[in-house]
Ligand binder design. Structure first.
Ligand code: F0G
Length: 450
C-alpha cells in the first residue's frame, strides 16, 4: 500500500483505528488501518493536556467573535470552529467556498401534524453546492492539496460528486467521479459536469462504484474523498457544533439524521460527544438514524443482532442519495446510537414522498433523502420514543432543487402509478400545476376552486 502521507499538526490531532486502536502517523490510500482494515478517525489527545486544554467559555467567545470577521478562514462556517478540527501544518491555504453558516428553521405546520411542540430543521442543503457534503469537503480537499495530490476521486449517489468536483476546481485539482448509471438525479449530475469532473457513469449501483474505486485508488495517485476519508467527517462535525451554537449551547432532546453510507450520522454524533467531553454542552441529544425501507442495512443490523454485524444488501429506493446497501461507516454509526441512546427506523417510499411535500409546505423544502427524517419522526412519536414536549431537530441534507423530477412527478400524481390504495392520502399533499387558457376568467376560476 502506497502511503498518502497525510500528516496532522503534531500534538493536536492524530489518526486512530476504530477497531484495534492503532495510532498512525499517516493514512494509507484507502484510509483504513494497515493492521486490521478498519476505518480511521481523527482524535485529539492534546485536548486533555493541562497546558493546551480548551476552555469552553474561550471557545464560545472566539467563535462568536469570528462571526464579525471578514477573514477568508472565518467566513467559513467550518473553519470558524478550527479548534475542534485537524489544522494543516505549514502555510497551506484552505480550499473553501464559505461553506457552513446554514440556517435553522422552525417547522410549525410539520410540528402540528407530527404532534410535537418544538420542531426545527438544520438545513445543510443551504451549502454552496446544495448539500451537507461541502462542510466535509473543504477539510478533505484542503488536506488532499496539501499532500500534493493533483487528482481526487469519489464514488457517489450524486451529492458527494457535485461537492468534490466544486472543491477540486477551487483547489486547482482534477476530479474523477464514479456514479451509478441512471440512478443519479440530473441536478447533481449537471453539477459534476459543470465543475469539470471526469464523470464516469458505471453500469452498477453505488456499492459497485465503491468497489471499483477502491481498486482505482490503489493503482493511481488519486486521493479518495469518500466519507471513509476521516477528514471529511471532521468537517461534517461542524453542522452539529453550529447547531448547538444556534441553540445557545442547550442540546435539543433529539436529532434525526438520514442514513446512507452513515458518515454524516457518525460525524454529528462524534461532534456531540466531543462537545460534551469539552464541557460545551451538558447533555447529549439522542441521535436517531432513518433509512428507506428498500435501503435499510443498518436498521436490519440493529434489529437482528444489536449492531454487531452488518449484512450488505441490494438497495433500492427513489431517494437515490441513500440507495446504499453496504454502508462504510456503519460501525461508527452504531457507536453513536449506543452513546447517545438514539434509535433506528425505516420509512416507505410513500412516507418519504409525503414527508417531503409537508416540509415543502412549511416553505423550507428539501430533497427526498432528507425527508426520511420527518417520516421517521412521525413513527418515533407514534411509538412513544419521542415525547410531545421534547425538542427535535431534523438534519435536512440536500436542497430541494437537487431532484426536481421527483417533486414534479409527485405533484402530478406520476410517482406511484401502481399505489391505488394510497391515492387518497397522496392527493392531500399533491399540488399539480394547472394548464389553462390564457384568460383572466380561467385564472379567476382556478383561484375560486383553490
Ligand atoms: N442525504 C443526502 C442528500 C445525501 O446525499 C446522502 C449521501 C445522505 C443523506 C446520507 O448521508 O451517506 O453520510 O449517511 N450521499 C452520498 C453521496 C452517499 O454520494 O452523495 P451518509
Amino acid at each position: 500500500m502506497q502511503d498518502a502521507g497525510t500528516k496532522l499538526e503534531q500534538g493536536s490531532a492524530q489518526l486512530r483505528c476504530i477497531g484495534c486502536g492503532s495510532v498512525l502517523q499517516s493514512a494509507g490510500r484507502n484510509f483504513r488501518c494497515p493492521d486490521c482494515d478498519d476505518l480511521l478517525e481523527v482524535t485529539y489527545p492534546g485536548w486533555k493536556c493541562a497546558d493546551t486544554a480548551l476552555r469552553p467559555q474561550d471557545l464560545k467567545a472566539s467563535w462568536t467573535e469570528r462571526r464579525k470577521s471578514s477573514a477568508y478562514v472565518d467566513q467559513s462556517g467550518v473553519w470558524r470552529f478550527r479548534e475542534l478540527l485537524p489544522v494543516p501544518s505549514g502555510p497551506a491555504s484552505l480550499v473553501s467556498l464559505s461553506e457552513g453558516n446554514t440556517p435553522v428553521y422552525e417547522l410549525p405546520n410539520c410540528a402540528r401534524s407530527m404532534g410535537v411542540e418544538a420542531l426545527f430543521a438544520k438545513h445543510q442543503g443551504m451549502n454552496p453546492t446544495g448539500s451537507f457534503k461541502d462542510t466535509g469537503m473543504t477539510v478533505a480537499a484542503t488536506f488532499a492539496r496539501l499532500e500534493g495530490f493533483r487528482w481526487v476521486a469519489c464514488a457517489s449517489t450524486g451529492n458527494t460528486s457535485a461537492s468534490m468536483a466544486a472543491y477540486a476546481a477551487r483547489g486547482g485539482m482534477r476530479s474523477v467521479v464514479l456514479i451509478p448509471e441512471g440512478q443519479v438525479s440530473w441536478g447533481k449530475l449537471s453539477q459534476a459536469l459543470d465543475y469539470g469532473a471526469v464523470t464516469c457513469q458505471l453500469k452498477t449501483d453505488f456499492d459497485g462504484c465503491m468497489r471499483v474505486l477502491n481498486e482505482v485508488v490503489q493503482r493511481m495517485p488519486v486521493c479518495l474523498l469518500n466519507s471513509v476519508n476521516p477528514y471529511r467527517l471532521e468537517g461534517q462535525k461542524t453542522a452539529a457544533i453550529e447547531l448547538l451554537e444556534q441553540f445557545n449551547w442547550e442540546a435539543p432532546d433529539h436529532i434525526i439524521v438520514p442514513g446512507g453510507n452513515l458518515g454524516n450520522s457518525s460525524a454529528i454524533g462524534k461532534a456531540c460527544m466531543e462537545m460534551k467531553e469539552l464541557g460545551l454542552i451538558s447533555r447529549l441529544p439522542k441521535i436517531s438514524i432513518i433509512q428507506a425501507e428498500g435501503a435499510n442495512p443498518l436498521v436490519r443490523a440493529m434489529r437482528e443482532n444489536g449492531g454487531k454485524k452488518l449484512s450488505p444488501m441490494r438497495a433500492d429506493t427513489m431517494a437515490t442519495a441513500i440507495r446504499i446497501g453496504n454502508p462504510a461507516s456503519w460501525k461508527k454509526a452504531v457507536r453513536v446510537l449506543e452513546a447517545t441512546g438514539g434509535t433506528v427506523e425505516q420509512v416507505s417510499e410513500v412516507e418519504i414522498a409525503l414527508a417531503k411535500a409537508e416540509i415543502g409546505a412549511d416553505g423550507v423544502g428539501c430533497e427526498p433523502a432528507s425527508a426520511v427524517t420527518l417520516a421517521g419522526l412521525k413513527k418515533l412519536v407514534k411509538q412513544g420514543f419521542i415525547k410531545r414536549n421534547e425538542s427535535v431537530v431534523l438534519i435536512l441534507t440536500g436542497h430541494m432543487l437537487k431532484d426536481p423530477d421527483f417533486t414534479i412527478k409527485f405533484h402530478r400524481g406520476d410517482l406511484f402509478p401502481d399505489k391505488k390504495d394510497d391515492a387518497a392520502i397522496l392527493k392531500e399533499q399533491q399540488r399539480a400545476p394547472i394548464v389553462l387558457d390564457a384568460s383572466v376568467e380561467a385564472v379567476l376560476k382556478a383561484l375560486e376552486q383553490a
